[in-house]
Design a protein around this ligand. Sequence first.
Ligand code: PGA
Length: 252
Amino acid sequence: MRRKLIAGNWKMNGLKADAVALAKAVFEKFDSVANCPFDVLVCPPMNVLGYVADVPHTSVFVGAQDVAETTKPNGAFTGDVSAAMVKDLGATWTLVGHSERRTYHNETDAVVRQKTENAINNGLTVVICIGETLEEREAGKALEVVTRQVRESTPAIANATNCVLAYEPVWAIGTGKVPTTADVAEMHAAIRAEVAKNLGAEVAEGMRILYGGSVKPENAKELLGVENVDGALIGGASLKVESFWAIAETQL
Ligand code: PGA
């Protein structure tokens, strides 16, 4: 049985006071749930990652949104933050390959694979994001694009413990549009099959595959009820404890 993961991606939101206040509210809410049946992760931006990780918490994981591509833990890489540095701040997870990074920073599958490897080698658990653009979907290439991303962004050292995949159709992110449950089911099954081809059936069976893109309290139960959907990666709705909780609560 795969344990569901409810993950919040705060993106580039949060000055110190707001981020610490949000973290406190989220931790208080989730830490009070006895025997919580799912995992919870928050990924604040780098400027507040250390402050958030320092807020006392017991059951919520804290992650970065990215790590550097270089395998070096430090050095002349202006503006980059290595996986070792992320770990040092107290985070235990990181996102990698979010579509906003693939789009605005031209991150290729090879870059995403290297970042994933660096994170895993530093003991972080990684959420690798994948997903097709609207153009690719309309051209009938969604499955081809996403399975390629799975194949080429996932390093050989990835397994069900150190790696999670998040399917996020680019056209669904921040738009209020979501794919049909049939489309989600088809994609998640294809992703799992691709993982089986690359990393073996056992890893594929255990690896969690999240859905992301306009997940809201109103659609969470339905999307998270789709076969092979093992949780959600939530952007906008993770910025308020009420909506983040309302999504998670559908899984209690
Ligand atoms: P959204 O973002 O929930 O605001 O659509 C999801 C994401 O980009 O991870």
